[in-house]
Design a protein around this ligand. Structure first.
Ligand code: CP
Length: 303
């Protein structure tokens, strides 16, 4: 079993992994030897704070061992991806990879004899959304019937939120005036529309007004944020997206909604500083829950 996109998992499996996250958070001592003697290769093509830390610490706390591999310092840069993956899977019990292209992850799952976990690609970020849904359940006591408004660029987080929310019975409205072309997955959107739980809108006020959760994300993907070649597009996006910033004015009609962001945050762009640090913000709990959800994922796939 792999974790490439939540779409491949049943609603029951998603629910179990969320409940597992909260159970492990409550009693971490019960899971100390869950993956004893097992190893995880963690392969990164891109930068990371939370994904690397959560999986590495999770493996240690579950009695296993994680090996960090920077893609650029391995022979993945010069050899056939399938050959290298087949070789890597002979050493370890699982592979977690953050890559630029989902097609690379697909190639890895074909070659690997052990589970492959998507640590974020251009289309999906399932591990983040498991932590997010666990955070909502922790704070609200339930998921079914809640309303989430995602305000931002339609990107990999947006795709995985749509998948995760529709699997978990959460109504999701996306307000996305800009679309990351690389993240487009028409069939995902069509399937989600069929559940009756997914809606698209450009009326940001209405979307936020009755939302239980307001979620935002960066307007520019991490690999482009400091890239001078992307400067013009970045400026264009900032201009288009600023009216959709999550701030006090936008939230004026809704004082109860949880505020979420998967991080890294660009303060003063997608979200104002006062909202990040407001009482309704669960952003840092979300971040911490990456650790507990990584354990839940590892327990299911490697345990
Ligand atoms: N949210 C998230 O995946 O964080 P990192 O990019 O720091 O891993």
């Amino acid at each position: 079993m792999h974790l490439i996109t939540l779409r491949d998992w049943s609603s029951k499996a998603v629910e179990e992994i969320i409940d597992g996250t909260l159970e492990i958070k409550k009693s971490p001592e019960d899971y100390e030897f869950c993956v004893e003697g097992k190893s995880l290769a963690m392969i990164f093509q891109k930068t990371s704070t939370r994904t690397r830390l959560s999986f590495e610490v999770a493996m240690t706390q579950l009695g296993g061992h994680a090996v960090y591999m920077d893609w650029r310092s391995t022979n993945l840069v010069l050899a056939d991806l399938g050959d290298e993956t087949k070789s890597i899977s002979g050493y370890v019990d699982g592979i977690m990879a953050r890559v630029l292209k989902n097609s690379e992850l697909q190639a890895m799952t074909q070659a690997s004899s052990v589970p492959v976990i998507n640590g974020c690609d251009e289309k999906y970020h399932p591990c983040q959304i498991i932590a997010d849904l666990a955070t909502i359940k922790e704070k609200k006591g339930k998921l079914k019937g809640l309303k989430l408004a995602y305000i931002g660029v339609h990107n990999n987080i947006c795709n995985s939120l749509i998948e995760g929310c529709t699997k978990a019975g959460v109504n999701i409205t996306t307000v996305t005036p800009v679309v990351n072309e690389a993240s487009v997955d028409e069939s995902l959107v069509e399937e989600a529309k069929g559940t009756g739980l997914y809606h698209k809108s450009l009326d940001v006020k209405a979307a936020v007004e009755d939302a239980d959760v307001v979620y935002t994300d960066t307007w520019v993907d991490m690999e482009f944020f400091l890239d001078s070649k992307f400067k013009k597009e970045k400026e264009k996006r900032i201009k288009t997206m600023l009216p959709y910033q999550v701030n006090k004015k936008l939230l004026a009609g809704n004082g109860d909604a949880l505020i979420m962001h998967d991080m890294p945050i660009h303060r003063g762009y997608e979200i104002s500083a006062d909202i990040i640090d407001s009482p309704n913000s669960v952003i840092y709990t979300q971040s911490e829950n990456r650790l507990h959800s990584a354990k839940s994922i590892l327990k299911k796939l490697l345990g």
